[in-house]
Design a protein around this ligand. Structure first.
Ligand SMILES: Cc1cc2nc3c(=O)[nH]c(=O)nc-3n(C[C@H](O)[C@H](O)[C@H](O)COP(=O)(O)OP(=O)(O)OC[C@H]3O[C@@H](n4cnc5c(N)ncnc54)[C@H](O)[C@@H]3O)c2cc1C
Length: 376
């Protein structure tokens, strides 16, 4: 039986980052993934993810974001990979909208660079937009996007180079606490023992720990890529990343940085899934039409015919905050469910936190907001 200091279950955004930080800390670490890292059946695929500093969800995320930005840049420097592009982000909505008010509050509290713009100023600076005159906008120059598939591949490569072992296309069937750590039973019947385990199984975490399942709602989310009506107005130089809150939706989108079109999506939770394996790549014309209608209203230069539609899974907690904690009865088991549709940007700091928790049982980062006992 193979014996390690730490095992990581699930090598998506969080698991691949944890694997890297554990290997960098000199741990004998193994990462186990039921599919291939970067696959399109979980929560981390689809070309781009937003990163932003003044966090409308809650200002207390800002210290973690500062570290996340630092760690993404450090990873780029260490590996030569290009993972993060800064375009600025425009966050706008009706007067009193959560997106505008929340971002402004976080920006002011943490003295982050930002500008308040009228809809006319937005149109002058970024002519792709056509926002209602009554809306308020805040522009953060620090906003931008990450490339998720490349980020996971980079973490995997860098972790392996540092000595991490991996078992790919290999299901972890169960995790059993032992007197000295944990025993993992794999799909092929083999066993792995480790002093501690990081469980970063994304939308499948409730299948390994059923006590979590009742508190997590899985939803089907749709991403659409649209042919630009005016390509010159939607390049990363002319169009920032955007997050727009109307009376009936929150949509977000990205400039056409890859020649694939403008990617846009709704942040509202989609149809509920009973299990992660119920998710299918079944996005179609009806899904695209719904996103395209809102895009046409507010970013008309971007909203040509849909080119591609993909689906992805949100794993939502009731309060939209993450779960990052040690198991109440078995502290050698570290549980990580940082999603609710906004976790990716934090992977670079969460990987560090998970490595801290698995090796020392604690972390210098403030993760009190993510405690498990707030839900159980
Ligand atoms: C459509 C969409 C848009 C999003 N947009 C943004 C955004 O703009 N900005 C942002 O910050 N966040 C965003 N998010 C959220 C972010 O992508 C997620 O928080 C993040 O990807 C979650 O990473 P994870 O590692 O928890 O899950 P995943 O990356 O899904 O990884 C979990 C892995 O565990 C593996 N696994 C599961 N069970 C087992 C098992 N038993 N044995 C072995 N392996 C197992 C799975 O195969 C999978 O690879 C978005 C999410 C979606 C779906």
């Amino acid at each position: 039986m193979a014996v390690y200091d730490v095992a990581v279950v699930g090598l998506g955004a969080m698991g691949s980052a944890a694997l890297y930080h554990l290997a960098a800390a000199g741990q004998r670490v193994v990462g186990i993934e039921r599919a291939t890292p970067g696959h399109s059946g979980g929560s981390s695929h689809g070309e781009s993810r937003i990163i932003r500093m003044a966090y409308f969800e809650h200002p207390s995320y800002v210290p973690l974001l500062r570290r996340a930005y630092e760690n993404w840049r450090a990873l780029e420097l260490a590996t030569g990979a290009e993972l993060m592009t800064i375009t600025g982000i425009l966050e706008a909505g009706f007067p009193g909208s959560t997106v505008f008010e929340g971002s402004l509050k976080a920006a002011r509290l943490h003295e982050l660079p930002h500008e308040i713009l009228s809809s006319r100023q937005v149109a002058e600076r970024f002519p792709a937009f056509n926002l209602p005159s009554s809306w308020d906008s805040v522009f953060q120059p620090d906003g931008g996007y990450l490339r998720p598939e490349q980020a996971i591949a980079t973490y995997m490569e860098a972790a392996t180079a540092l000595g991490a072992e991996t078992r790919l296309n290999c299901l972890v069937k169960s995790i059993e606490p032992t007197a000295v750590g944990v025993r993992l039973v794999l799909g092929d019947g083999t066993l792995v023992e480790a002093g501690s385990v990081v469980v970063s199984a994304g939308a499948w975490i409730g299948e390994l720990f059923p006590e979590l399942a009742a508190h997590l709602q899985l939803t089907r989310q749709v991403l659409g890529w649209f042919a630009p009506v005016d390509p010159a107005l939607v390049t990363p130089k002319r169009l920032p990343v955007f997050l727009l809150e109307s009376d009936d939706d929150i949509i977000y989108g990205f400039p056409d940085f890859a020649g694939t079109g403008v990617k846009a999506a709704s942040h509202q939770p989609g149809r509920r899934l009973n299990r992660a394996d119920d998710a299918r790549q079944d996005g179609g014309a009806k899904d695209a039409e719904r996103i395209g209608r809102t895009l046409a209203r507010y970013v008309p230069a971007a909203a040509g015919p849909a080119r591609e539609v993909k689906t992805c899974i949100y794993t939502n907690t009731p309060d939209q905050d993450f779960i990052i904690d040690r198991h109440a009865l078995y502290p050698q088991i570290v549980l990580a469910s940082p999603c609710s549709g906004h976790g990716f940007k934090f992977a670079s700091v969460i990987g560090e936190i998970l490595a801290d928790l698995a090796t020392t049982g604690t972390t210098a980062h403030d993760i009190s907001r993510f405690r498990l006992d707030r839900l159980l």
